[in-house]
Write a protein that binds this ligand. Structure first.
Ligand code: SF4
Ligand code: SF4
Length: 316
């Protein structure tokens, strides 16, 4: 345990050093060429500035602050789920992260889309990937390596939105769940392949087809808003459909979590084998009365059904 903690500390120190070194390269403020171009008032007529200019670039240290906040939120997620074992605290974290990373930051600090940047950076020596994007990509995987999918437990705004709309969870048959889960691999492979293609085939489809970013930005193509709305309506009954059947980053988190030494267990010391938790997981992450950690989304719902610590225990 000590060696794990020191590895995490070393990784954090390394990241801080990298940020500081990288800051030197950020001293000159980045100016988009389009800002020097004639603007609406100068051009006149019915000219409209293209939406592609927005959002404006954020200052480097504010971007670093976002990464720090993401790391802190994941730390809280681990503490709240593994130590406090509290669904209420998870919900509070979910709402806070949805507000900040989702609606305030407009879904713009996103390890899911960064898969594409990292893929291009690994294959094209001429492609410079910002250190912040690299950190956003690796941090949730690093945490998953030790504690499981803490990022999915309310920190990721896409997961948070789906978590909050799940009101009447239905059970997806195990075979169908597994079959639909294969879509994520196809999506991951297709997204990486398209990101690596030269223009004009080159495309970042994970970002272009993000079903929820239109809600976070309160703007977007009508068809994407409809698709996002369809996911949310489906998500009232089927637990987190985007996470389980499409999210390409979820595949990576799942792989890494297989190596994690710690993660959710339904009772802290030993399982009771009473079977009461079996039906409580809306994500199909409890099998044979044990948590399947790579699939566990850190929602803490199963704790509520446990006779040792849920409402049943509190009545005793
Ligand atoms: S599975 Fe993907 S979309 Fe869902 S919470 Fe995890 S990273 Fe976010
Ligand atoms: S096992 Fe299921 S209910 Fe329990 S925390 Fe994981 S995802 Fe949530």
């Amino acid at each position: 345990m000590k060696s794990r903690a020191s590895t995490l500390l070393a990784a954090a120190a390394g990241l801080i050093l990298l940020f500081a070194v990288n800051a030197a390269g950020q001293a000159m403020q980045y100016e988009r060429p389009v800002q020097a171009a004639p603007q609406e008032e100068g051009i006149g007529g019915s000219y409209k500035t293209p939406a592609v200019q927005k959002p404006q670039p954020r200052s480097y240290w504010l971007e670093v602050l976002d990464v720090v906040l993401m790391a802190v939120a994941m730390g809280i997620s681990v503490w709240v789920v593994l130590r406090r074992r509290s669904r209420k605290w998870v919900l509070a974290l979910t709402v806070a992260c949805l507000g900040y990373f989702g609606f305030y930051r407009e879904g713009c600090i996103c390890p899911i889309g960064s898969i594409q940047n990292v893929s291009v950076a690994l294959t094209d020596p001429g492609y410079a990937i910002p250190i912040v994007v690299t950190a956003v990509f690796f941090l949730p995987l690093l945490v998953a390596l030790f504690f499981g999918r803490a990022f999915c437990g309310g920190v990721c705004p896409l997961g948070a939105l789906q978590e909050l709309v799940l009101l009447k969870p239905l059970r997806v048959p195990r075979r169908l769940d597994r079959a639909l889960g294969l879509l994520r691999y196809a999506y991951l492979g297709g997204a990486v392949w398209l990101a690596l293609q030269p223009f004009p085939v080159h495309d970042f489809i994970i970002c272009r087809f993000d079903p929820f970013v239109g809600f976070f930005r309160m703007a977007g193509f009508a068809h994407m808003l409809y698709i996002g709305a369809a996911f949310l309506v489906l998500g009232i009954f089927v637990g987190r459909p985007y996470c389980r059947f499409l999210c390409p980053y979820g595949v990576l988190l799942e792989w890494v979590t297989r190596l994690a030494g710690r993660g959710v267990s339904i009772t802290p010391d030993k399982e009771l084998d009473c079977g009461l938790c079996q039906e409580s997981c809306p994500y199909g992450a409890i099998e044979k009365m044990r948590v399947v950690r790579p699939k566990c989304l850190y929602c803490a719902r199963c704790f509520e059904s446990c006779p040792r610590e849920g409402p049943l225990a509190r009545k005793r």
